[in-house]
Design a protein around this ligand. Sequence first.
Ligand SMILES: *Cc1c(COP(=O)(O)O)cnc(C)c1O
Length: 325
Amino acid sequence: MIDNKFSLGFFPTPLQELSKLSKKYPDYKLFIKRDENTGLAFGGNKTRKLEYLIKQALDENCDTIITAGAQQSNHCRQTAAACAIAGLRCHLLLGGEKPDVYDGNLLLSSILGAEIHFTAENRKGEDGEILKTKIENEGRKCFVIPYGGSNFAGAMGFVTAVKELKEQLIEQKLKIDYIFFASSSGGMQAGLTLGKEVYQLDSELIPISIDKEELNGLSLEEAVLNRIEVGALKLNVNKKFNLSDIKLIRDYDKEGYGVVTTNEINAISELVKNEGVLLDPVYTARAFYGMLDFLNKKRIPTNTNILFWHTGGLPAIFKYANDLQ
Ligand SMILES: *Cc1c(COP(=O)(O)O)cnc(C)c1O
């Protein structure tokens, strides 16, 4: 199951110390996992999920992928690139109305050859089955990837990411106490939670919620739990999970998805000034702000090692020029 993937990225991604920032927060030692460098058309965490999802589509002899997201969806951009590599057609269902000028991820998805459908308020794949029927009536075979690529197959990318991290920790003789990351459609969180059990990773996950809205009628906590339960059966993980085990930090999603505030802007500036590493304004800046807030308020024990898992998203910077310049 673990090897049943179609190679799309450059792995392992680097695991590095943030040494200047660690000096600024001397109670903690800070590290970063560089998944903005997965290598697939500007990179990001969806590359790991797509290695499993695209393999499944090819195994099922599908010739067309359908997926959905916001216009600045990193998942859709990486899916378009993955389809180009795998020789699959790609249809994207993107929320909102067609803009006059494409930029950021939308521009890249278009350049990468995806056929784009604008779906107004439906930005989480609500129109997928209708489009599938229409395309299959034309004689094609479609594979629908859910919003964010977050089903069990997608989450597998993060089960194996834990294996990758564990090998790096052994090699670097390092123990990580806490892992911060942006959680939005929940596939990464489900995969890391399962991977922690499969590979006995002794680190606590601190997922920062990015999008306060529900996912097809479920809270993100419920969606993550469902995927963990499916995955636990398939991976023979015996641990029983309850809703109360699904930690999700809700303190930083109040402004809503894709809204950039001074918190995000300050987080971008803090990391870039000290380390020269860019964050995206929607996901990683919000999660990084949350992490710094935890450190400033000492919400986790001092003298611990902290990992920030960079999940990508950088093309969206160009869409947010007005907020960032
Ligand atoms: C999709 C995405 C996430 C969140 O991953 P999920 O598995 O959807 O929770 C975080 N950061 C970036 C940049 C993303 O594109």
